[in-house]
Write a protein that binds this ligand. Structure first.
Ligand code: XMP
Length: 512
């Protein structure tokens, strides 16, 4: 069955993936596509495309290399909503007048809704919205009408008089726009008439069939890290291939305490072929002297593949299955007009030449919380479903600077203390991640009666829905105190523990 879908045309805006995410929260499928997608390409997608959203972007419509959309999409009889740069682009393409920005307007603005219709249906006359723009639309062509304005923005919202084309200068997808969700709901259901019938689990059968058809009579291996993504992908692949799947867990030396034993026993218990490869020395040797985070990620990514290739050769496996999810691809720079934030080792970290017929990524279109929903439906053990995410490069990206065995042991033990204390306090289920980071900063302390000069451990605890944005968690002081006391008591090399109080953005969740 084809689901209704709304495509987000990507002009590189920082909130682009939030738009797709917000739409999916309304049980309507949404995907990010290149901004210059053509009507023919849209028709070829196996979806009931009911609406298009043109995202924001860091451009002025007057810049020479500013990305453009193919104006033929406005003739497709599919509703279109332009946001920020998308709003300016529609006006510019339709021969309206756009004033090049001399300075950026950034922050919360009060907008006056003149006509509460379509996307703005049932909104108040005064609405609080999040603006972030340079150019401004100040005159519309005949066939368009203004719907809302602000003091500095005479046409903050518009619509076409006869076609379903809308523009909003602001960002409804950002939480600071008070009624942003209502505006998006209006577009999805009132304007596009979508049916709310998409569920993440709709992808299970499709993914299982895809794995079966691609692998045919062959065999495959899957990289299993024990995190939720690779665990779900492993259960799916096992459902598709049974005995013809070998899950390979690589202990690169940067795993959590007791992880190897946990993964091996959990998956064996469920009848899945799993083998643990102990490759600590080999990884550490390649990482000797490396301090740059992106380089660490690339080396670990490449070494992973080499280990996999060797294991695959032994059992003549032709296919590699990975638990890559949608945000991994987004943040690793698969979008043409946006920046790479960090190279997730299993996407951008892959070497160019690999000895597999194909790489299969059954979860590639899902966000993390959707993966958890799929995990529940597939009947994965509850403790696996509730586990915190763990990055592929593991503790290596939680040790700032050069990696050594001593530092790894320290952060591993500190991580266990943080996890134990949080779980004991009963806060675990409300948190996205909680872990320790070994910083490069050394500081003075007193241990017993003597001066000590030791490591500083940072504790990172965040709340999030899908890891694209996150907030530091307001953990009770007594829990933080227990964590800090235990770390400094049990790890003599640590003289100071600090709590990270930065949201994402501007920080990322992991320190590297
Ligand atoms: P950041 O640090 O980018 O992390 O805010 C977002 C989420 O992704 C996890 N993460 C990774 N997961 N491979 C993975 O499989 C990676 O290279 C990687 N780097 C970060 C991180 O733990 C958080 O949940």
């Amino acid at each position: 069955m084809k689901h209704d879908a709304i495509l987000v045309l990507d002009f590189g805006g920082q909130y682009c993936n939030l738009i797709a995410r917000r739409i999916r929260e309304h049980k309507v499928y949404s995907e990010i596509v290149p901004c210059d997608i053509t009507p023919e390409e849209i028709k070829e997608l196996n979806m009931n495309v009911k609406g298009l959203i043109l995202s924001g972007g860091p451009w002025s419509v007057y810049e020479k290399d500013a990305p453009k959309f193919g104006s033929r999409i406005l003739e497709m009889c599919i509703p279109v909503l332009g946001l920020c740069y998308g709003h300016q682009m529609i006006a510019y393409f339709s021969n309206g007048k756009v004033k090049p920005g001399t300075k950026k307007e950034y922050g919360i603005a009060q907008v006056t809704v003149d006509k509460p219709v379509g996307v703005l249906k049932e909104l108040d006359r005064r609405e609080k919205v999040w603006m972030s723009h340079g150019d401004t639309v100040y005159e519309l062509p005949e066939d368009y009408e203004m719907l809302a304005f602000t003091g500095s923005c005479p046409i903050a919202a518009f619509r076409h008089k006869t076609k379903q084309i809308y523009g909003l200068q602001w960002h409804p997808e950002v939480v600071h726009t008070e009624n942003g969700m209502k505006m998006l709901r209006n577009f999805i259901f009132e304007v596009c008439k979508c049916e709310a019938n998409w569920r993440p689990e709709s992808l299970i059968d499709k993914a299982v069939t895809e794995i079966r058809e691609t692998v045919g009579e062959g065999t495959a291996i899957i990289g299993l890290s024990g995190g939720i993504d690779s665990s779900v992908a492993t259960f799916m692949a096992a459902k598709a291939l049974g005995e013809r799947l070998l899950a390979i867990y690589v202990d690169h030396g940067f795993m959590r305490l007791g992880e190897t034993e946990y993964v091996e026993s959990t998956f064996k218990k469920h009848g899945i072929n799993v083998v643990a490869i102990h490759a600590q020395e080999r990884f550490l040797k390649r990482l000797e002297g490396v301090v740059d985070p992106e380089e660490k990620r690339k080396i670990i990514g490449e070494e992973f593949i080499r280990v996999f290739e060797e294991a695959a050769k032994k059992i003549s496996a032709d296919y590699l299955i990975q638990g890559t999810i949608y945000p991994d691809r987004i943040e690793s720079g698969f979008r043409k007009h946006s920046e790479t934030i960090k190279t997730h080792h299993n996407v951008g970290g892959l070497p160019e030449e690999i000895a597999f017929k194909a790489i299969i990524e059954p979860l590639r279109d899902l966000y993390k919380d959707e993966v958890r929903a799929v995990a529940k439906i597939m009947g994965l053990p509850d403790e696996l479903v509730r586990r915190q995410p763990f990055p592929g490069p593991g503790l290596a990206v939680r040790i700032i600077g050069e990696l050594t065995i001593e530092k790894t042991e320290l952060v591993r033990k500190a991580d266990k203390i943080v996890a134990d204390e949080i779980e004991k306090s009963g806060l675990g289920d409300c948190l996205w991640q909680y872990f320790a980071v070994l910083t490069e900063t050394k500081s003075t302390g007193v241990k017993g009666d003597s001066r000590a000069y030791g490591y500083t451990v940072a504790v990172r605890i965040v709340e999030s829905k899908e890891a694209m944005t996150a907030g530091f968690a307001r953990i009770p002081y007594d829990v933080l105190e227990r964590i800090s006391t235990k770390i400094t008591n049990e790890l003599p090399q640590v003289t100071r523990v600090v709590y990270d109080i930065t949201h994402k953005p501007p920080a990322t969740i992991e320190w590297e």
